[in-house]
Design a protein around this ligand. Sequence first.
Ligand code: PEP
Ligand code: MN
Length: 337
Amino acid sequence: MLIVMDAAATPEEVRRVVETVRRLGFEAHPIPGAQRTAIGVTGNRGTVEPAAIENLPGVLEVIPVTAPYKLVSREAKRENTVVSIRGVPVGGNKLAVIAGPCAVESETQAIEIARLVKDAGATLYRGGAFKPRTSPYSFQGLGPEGLKILSKVRSETGLPIVTEVLDPESVDLVAEHADCLQVGARNMQNFTLLKRLGRLRKPILLKRGMAATIEELLLSAEYMLAEGNYEVVLCERGVRTFVNHTRNTLDLSAIPYVQRISHLPILVDPSHGTGKRQKVLPLSRAAIAAGADGLVVEVHNHPEAALSDGPQALLPSMFAELMDQVRRLAPVLGRTA
Ligand code: PEP
Ligand code: MN
């Protein structure tokens, strides 16, 4: 259920509605908007008897929310959410590009790539310290040492850091170094992790599971909003299909679909989406044209020697070309880059 407050409702009136909802035994989530405040009600099994609420001062209307997700829905918040990752906006008019290697391999590698992507125009840096690998014998990441390197990348380049967290136990450690914590495709439905991240006050990049529907993606985001973390950025990274010309099938139709039903920003990862560097540029253009709020792109200065995902890593010159194309495309779509 959603309670829409009048545009002229006072903070005191909002507080009173929140208290009433809680007194009735439900959770209340005030969502301030540009025009008015909405209050999401969760914890109710069926519909809440609206009479107790709709006559309170300042209440404009009480709307039953039919979708299973509530706080992530456009019904709850009409304006697009803009998530600030250490001052870099994701979801506003300006396109956000998160770039860097799949994994942090050494300080030299991480810093060299950071300088290259920054020079080309990336505004956020990515790199995994904890890697979720299909084989237990593959490189698992440098762990805590990798996180320290990421902090160094930030202090040397000023780029905010996006890095993956694999389990609830390492959330605090990763949060010490990261400006945004990534939940990978394989963990999209790790509900214990999602609940823990919901209690964190840092942005989260939530990647779509490789066999997840959009409804499941939004419900995973809902777990974090329900715990109080509203700074969630979604990411389409391809789903598994029967084809073998591409690592995954990048589902660009997810972008307009998500944007119609949710206020959360959505990025596209054409690197994992395709698995092959030749496909990253054309699908980046397509993602921006389809309305994505930005890109997540893997870049490596020596992809032939990369410890993970070398075949999909862009060479620095290709990334510079990508940024050039994004800058030229943005104004056509009424955006900036
Ligand atoms: C990654 O971003 O390096 C990664 C492992 O992505 P995904 O979870 O989308 O496979
Ligand atoms: Mn990768």
